[in-house]
Design a binder for this molecule. Structure first.
Ligand SMILES: *Cc1c(COP(=O)(O)O)cnc(C)c1O
Length: 337
């Protein structure tokens, strides 16, 4: 079975497993796991940010950032397709008593003007206090599209002028960086907090890192604890993340090249209305004349799995478990479907 449901389906490579087996570990709640400390220091330095915190999932790092940055009743500006709104179980309301101001950006990407036009008057007590702007790069629901960093710089300026916290859901930020050749440090200066996932394209079995100032990360540790995310000898897993940083970043370009081929194969099908422009490792195809469930069932019978993405679309995600041989097979399956 060729599994393109998500880039989370990868299994650790042999090299990664060896790195995990030989990790030096300690009790991370006491901050004495040397491998976790190394990962946190390494990622913080890479982004030019003061501190980092290793957490079980990207949902947790996003939710912690929201909690640390806000007070109950505050409002969060984000796109209507964003993970923090759509795919975290209503967490911003449940964990932090926040409401979202949902904007409709270009395939999920906000602009400085959109943000500026949606900040509530802080003097009006009827209105929730606008407190945080959440961006996502790459944008999953926008087909893995990439932000123009100059637009982010403009958004940053609006945030500074209005005292707003700028958070990045960078679950797939490295996918963006290998395409644009921008440096992590260019992102570090723009955001108050950044969440990075290692369990997506980077191929680790678990884990995300939250980046921020020393003060932010000190508070983040309290929130991680209350969410049940304080972990012990978790250096075995942090070792997989360190390995991924060394071995699995540059190769993301291969995933992008393969995704483009899949996108072209899909675009030729009569049951495909539109394929969102393929910029990274995500291919979203809008369908016509066939439901996602029908199409997925027949693809699955031929050995290819993907997921439904909304009422009339399916999504493929390429990853390090998907090589050129499988790509050839997948293209044949699509041709014959
Ligand atoms: C996967 C993902 C996350 C985090 O998901 P977890 O499964 O909780 O690690 C956050 N944001 C985006 C855009 C994602 O794709």
């Amino acid at each position: 079975m060729i599994d393109l449901r998500s880039d989370t389906v990868t299994k650790p490579t042999k090299g990664m497993l060896e790195a995990m087996f030989s990790a030096e570990v300690g009790d991370d709640v006491f901050e004495s796991d040397p491998t976790v400390n190394k990962l946190q220091e390494c990622v913080a330095e890479m982004f030019g940010m003061q501190a980092a915190l290793y957490c079980p999932s990207g949902t947790m790092t996003n939710q912690i950032a929201l909690r640390v940055a806000t007070r109950p009743q505050d409002e969060v500006i984000c796109d209507k397709r964003s993970h923090i709104y759509l795919y975290e179980g209503g967490g911003m309301a449940y964990n932090s008593m926040l409401s979202p101001k949902l904007l409709d950006g270009d395939r999920g990407r906000l602009t400085a003007d959109l943000v500026a036009n949606n900040i509530n008057d802080p003097a009006d007590i009827h209105l929730p206090r606008t407190r945080l702007v959440g961006l996502e790069n790459t944008m999953n629901k926008g087909g893995g599209c990439i932000y123009d960093i100059n637009e982010i710089r403009k958004i940053k300026k609006v945030c500074e002028q209005n005292g707003l916290w700028l958070h990045l859901d960078g679950a797939r930020l490295f996918n963006a960086l290998v395409e644009t050749q921008e440096k992590p440090s260019e992102y570090g200066v723009l955001f108050d907090s950044i969440s990075i996932c290692f369990s997506k394209g980077l191929g680790a079995p678990m884990g995300s890192v939250l980046l921020g100032s020393n003060e932010t990360i000190r508070e983040a540790k309290r929130v991680r604890k209350v969410l049940g995310g304080g972990m012990r000898q978790v250096g075995y897993l942090a070792a997989a993340c360190l390995y991924a940083l060394d071995h699995h970043v540059d190769r993301l370009q291969e995933d992008h090249a393969r995704a483009k081929v899949l996108g072209q194969a899909m675009a030729e099908k009569s049951f495909v209305k539109e394929v969102l422009p393929v910029e990274t490792n995500i291919v979203i195809a809008e369908l016509e004349g066939v439901s996602p469930q029908e199409l997925l069932k027949s693809l699955e019978a031929s050995g290819l799995s993907a997921v439904p993405f909304g009422p009339a679309a399916i999504r493929f995600v390429t990853h390090l478990g998907f090589d050129d041989n499988q790509l050839d097979e997948a293209v044949v399956i699509l041709k014959n479907s």
